[in-house]
Design a protein around this ligand. Structure first.
Ligand SMILES: [Mg+2]
Length: 427
């Protein structure tokens, strides 16, 4: 007998008409008007990559050809896409959400899943948290960036719940309400069922969600030709299925909007170091190695936000020193081209991740290569620091802010010297 999950473990946040909403936020004359965002300007033979809700009311959707969209909605305003703005807003929104709840999985530029723990799983608390997140985005990023939030026992249902009310929705979906609250959906409305799978289901006589619900999991597995079918069956019932993507995690990152006090460059650099160590520590805990390090910096400017971004490829690593060294290199690169004195936001990301179980044994280390030996030593030191911080509390031991390039030190001279004031980092 399947045990029905009762706890609300996930929150899924999906921004509504994201590209169009960013444009409405940035360009007041677009607000409350039908807007279609297009990849290139000056031609009608392209399609909308986003439509505002005002345009959706006329039947304009993502994928509608522009000549068709103009016919459906004569007053339609066509706006060329500005991807740099959407990325910029993405970082700002994610940072805002992160102030309320850790980001478990950033699913796309406008979607993020978060795990609810402890008292957050209480229905009333979860709703209040979702409302705070919406308010916080409205207050600190922009009033026109609305989202639909779903709360449910697993990530799959949280996403489905979010889709139930758009725009600006907030929906709690509990396991005991299933399948009734979903019966009005078509199979294609479920994430994971595309055109081809819909056809395969149709071929075996499954045309409605109720039909599908009545199947047993082994049957679904046969239709899918894979264990994925069975997992889908359980996911639809709210069961937390360990997703394969969890072991194929793509990035680990952290982002921070700096308080005015921390914005001068030399202070911002300390924040960047801390974010880097935080991300690497988390990655280590999850058991991954990364081969890329990305630094994103947004400068404080009165008008147009300006930003700088660059990544660097590394040999697979999971120790703090390797990434702090990468940060130093990128920071120097940035300093050569950007002369703004104040930094508003910093994001760091580690990607190209490989799980330690999937990693080839290190041949160089086995052969006693000095560089590999050094790496190994740094790995052990990083792990020791994790243990100390876990036992005695965050920031008990940190890597010192070395003013000189990291490549200059040798293993025995690593300076992790002082216990900093917590407030230095947490404004
Ligand atoms: Mg969206």
């Amino acid at each position: 007998m399947l045990e029905i999950p009762t706890a609300l473990r996930w929150m899924y946040i999906d921004l509504n008409s994201y590209f169009a909403s960013v444009e409405q936020q940035l360009q007041p004359h677009l607000r409350n008007r039908p807007v279609a965002v297009v990849p290139t300007s000056g031609t009608d033979s392209t399609c909308a990559i986003a439509a505002s809700y005002e345009a959706k009311a006329f039947g304009v959707k993502t994928g509608t050809m522009i000549y068709e969209a103009r016919r459906l909605c004569p007053g339609l305003l066509i706006v060329p896409a500005r991807h740099d703005k959407y990325v910029d807003f993405h970082h700002r929104i994610m940072t805002e959400i992160d102030r309320h709840i850790p980001l478990e999985k950033v699913c796309s530029i406008d979607e993020v899943a978060c795990r609810l723990i402890g008292p957050e799983q209480d229905k009333g608390n979860a709703i209040a948290l979702a409302q705070r997140i919406k308010q916080s985005i409205a207050d600190n990023v922009g009033l026109y960036l609305k989202s639909s939030i779903g709360i449910a026992p697993n990530r799959f249902l949280a996403k489905v719940a979010g889709n139930l009310q758009k725009p600006n929705g907030l929906t709690v979906l509990e396991a005991h309400e299933l399948p009734d609250r979903l019966l009005h959906l078509s199979l294609r409305d479920l994430p994971g069922i595309g055109r081809r799978m819909e056809q395969r289901l149709r071929d075996v006589g499954i045309t409605s969600l109720q039909n599908f619900w009545n199947l047993d999991p082994k049957h679904v597995r046969r239709i899918w030709h894979s264990v994925e079918g069975e997992r889908f069956w359980y996911a639809l019932r709210g069961v937390e299925v360990a997703e394969p993507s969890e072991t194929q995690r793509h990035t680990v990152g952290h982002s921070h909007v700096l308080s005015p006090r921390m914005r001068p460059r030399h202070k911002a650099r300390m924040v960047a170091r801390r974010l880097t160590v935080k991300a690497v520590t988390r990655m280590r805990r999850l058991g991954f190695y990364a081969s890329f390090y990305n630094l994103y910096v947004r400068f404080e400017c009165r008008e147009e936000p300006s930003r700088w971004q660059k990544h660097i490829k590394l040999p697979y690593a999971q120790n703090n020193y390797c990434f702090l060294k990468a940060l130093n290199g990128l920071w120097d690169d940035m300093s050569q081209v950007e002369n703004s004195t104040h930094i508003k936001q910093i994001s760091v990301a580690l990607y190209g991740l490989v799980h330690e179980d999937d990693r080839m044994p290190d041949m160089f280390a086995a052969l006693g290569d000095p560089v590999a030996r050094e790496q190994k030593k740094h790995n052990r030191l990083s792990i020791a620091m994790d243990l100390i911080n876990k036992k005695y509390g965050l920031d008990t031991i940190v890597t010192g802010a070395l003013p000189c390039p990291m490549s200059r030190y040798t293993g025995s001279k690593i300076a992790f010297t002082r216990i900093p004031e917590k407030a230095e980092f947490h404004e």
